[in-house]
Design a binder for this molecule. Structure first.
Ligand code: F6R
Length: 558
């Protein structure tokens, strides 16, 4: 278990809460949130054990609470909190799911909290995903009784799914619902797909505490981090209570709070457009944000925004600063334009190191700049933090290959070479998802003699929009190595050794670090070697293998 350094408390980000129906606390990032919640949980444990001899916690799994659990472990090790009088009830469990499975929430809790604190095993409750189907109703009723017998939940920790679920109370769950077997929403199963190596492998059902069970907790903390939660957080906090979003039922609870990092709070009115709620100090950055927003609202280019547009969108106070839209529009337009750097303002014939957390981040976020740097004959090295191989499913590779096959003639690719692609995937037996059911296409005969090469005709320069020719790996793929599929028929070989983040913040991450424990090289299917369309004589950018603890053989890609 990683040692977590102590974190100083940060002041929450303030603003008008006029539109908020659920109390919110917004902090800058995930670690601030973890420290804040760990503080509160320790406080509750101290208070409840001192006053009534035990404390009952309702716990969640997923990626969001991981930092909180690490903080609690750190505090326990530092002697700041004792779990011997704590009783816990987890919200949910996939069904069917043997408790010992690496995908089970029971296992998640053991690995991420229970095994590291002095919580007696008999006091830790997680719904049993191994219960025979005919006994589920009985087991759910027993779970409810156990919560009541423990005196009810003092503090309930909740994540929020992108479907708006709390626990696994999916859209349609009623305010009165109790612990039961439910069918998971497509959004939820999609969010968990990466943890199960494909949506098809995600269980279709789960056992969850009901909305009514959750709302009986004396204090509730809804936690959310990351921009992928921003839209549903806004719905939960500012929207009408509705069966469509179970989290909106929290609005009726007297002691529920949404704890959010800035990314998850980004769509709240007080964060996104504070000027519609209160008067603001117009800094250049805020003015720029307001004008970009206004131009989206009005559907006009910034230089075309009129006084009427300002007035109709709560921006009269900004307009009043200069009396007319022209100067403000011009100032913001110039600021935005200045962010675009021409080749003349970029380094030439230099060495450049680009850090890209994930393959793609470089080209997606700064593809234009990379191209200019390459045109300026710089020696570019891209350091990837992860191979990204588990982010690409076989079926996605197949989809791209099938597209390439159909479009081969137009793209100037040899159709026979493209047709060999799917065979390469089945050659490894769907190596990305060792336990998954294999479809008809997976069983196609394997290619002989190693991965075939795509033969691209040089007549027409081919470029993938995601892998422009100026970004290029050193070495090309070796058997069993990470390589991206060739979207649009152009493969840019990437001899990248991957490193997987141990604290996956991916939505729905069921078991943190599970992916990290698997060697990426065992998971990926080889992809046909692609073609480098780098002009002769240009200095070639390289991909640096940035794998933590990489073996010398991994570094051959450098
Ligand atoms: C898990 C649970 C779920 C998650 C929610 C958010 O026990 O009850 O409601 O809290 O799906 O998951 P993450 O935190 O992975 O985004």
């Amino acid at each position: 278990m990683k040692q977590v350094p102590e974190r100083l408390a940060v002041a929450p980000i303030e603003g008008s809460r006029l539109r908020e129906r659920l109390r919110t606390v917004v902090v800058p990032d995930h670690d601030d949130l973890a420290a804040l919640l760990a503080d509160r949980i320790v406080e509750v444990i101290h208070h409840e054990t001192a006053t009534k001899g035990r404390c009952v916690l309702g716990l969640a799994t997923g990626s969001t609470p991981l930092g909180i659990y690490q903080e609690l472990i750190r505090r326990h090790r530092a002697g700041e909190v004792d779990f011997s009088h704590v009783v816990t009830f987890n919200l949910d469990e996939y069904y069917p799911m043997p408790p010992a499975s690496p995908h089970s929430y029971r296992r998640y809790m053991q690995e991420n909290l229970f095994d590291h604190v002095n919580l007696p095993a008999a006091q830790a409750h997680v719904p049993d995903g191994g219960t025979p189907r005919e006994q589920i109703a009985q087991a759910c009723a027993a779970y409810e009784r156990a919560i009541a017998d423990a005196g009810g939940i003092d503090f309930q920790l909740l994540g929020i799914g992108q479907s708006g679920h709390i626990g696994f109370n999916e859209p349609g769950s009623t305010r009165e619902s109790r612990t039961r077997l439910v069918t998971l929403d497509t959004i939820t199963r999609r969010a968990a797909a990466a943890d199960f190596f494909g949506e098809d492998n995600v269980p279709r059902e789960a056992i969850t505490m009901g909305v009514a069970t959750i709302l009986e907790a004396r204090e509730i903390a809804l936690i959310a981090t990351g921009e992928h939660k921003a839209a549903i957080v806004r719905r939960a906090v500012e929207g009408e209570p509705s069966h469509d979003v179970a989290a909106t039922f929290l609005q009726g609870h007297p002691n529920a709070t949404g704890y959010l990092d800035l990314a998850a709070a980004a769509e709240l009115t007080r964060i996104k457009t504070p000027w519609v709620l209160e008067s603001v100090t117009w800094t250049p950055a805020l003015t720029e944000r307001a004008l970009v927003w206004l131009s989206e609202q009005a559907g006009k280019a910034i230089l075309k925004l009129t006084a009427q547009d300002y007035a109709e969108h709560h921006l009269s106070p900004l307009l009043a600063r200069s009396g007319a839209p022209g100067p403000i529009n011009g100032e913001v337009f110039n600021r935005l334009r200045d962010k675009i750097r021409g080749r003349a303002r970029l380094p030439t014939r230099n060495r450049i190191l680009v850090f890209s957390p994930h393959p793609d981040d470089d080209v997606i976020s700064m593809g234009g700049i990379l191209r200019k740097l390459w045109e300026n004959e710089n020696a570019i090295t891209v350091a990837y933090m992860t191979s990204g191989n588990i982010a690409v499913f076989d079926h996605d590779v197949r989809r791209h290959l099938e597209f390439t096959e159909r479009a081969a003639t137009t793209l100037g690719v040899d159709p026979a070479a493209v047709r060999r692609g799917p065979a390469v995937l089945s050659h490894r037996g769907g190596a990305q998802a060792p336990h998954r059911r294999r479809g008809r296409r997976d069983r196609r005969p394997a290619a002989r003699g190693g991965p075939p090469r795509l033969r691209l005709r040089r007549r027409r320069p081919l470029r993938s929009p995601r892998h422009p020719p100026h970004v290029q790996a050193g070495g090309g793929p070796r058997p069993g190595r990470a390589a991206r599929p060739p979207p649009g028929g152009v493969a840019v070989p990437r001899g990248v050794a991957g490193m997987v983040d141990h604290r996956s913040r991916r939505a729905g991450a069921a078991v943190a670090g599970r992916a990290a424990r698997q060697d990426p090289r065992d998971l990926q299917a080889p992809v046909p070697e692609g073609h480098r369309a780098v002009p002769r004589g240009a200095r070639r950018p390289r991909v640096l293998a940035a794998r933590r603890g990489a073996q010398p053989r991994d570094r051959r890609a450098c």
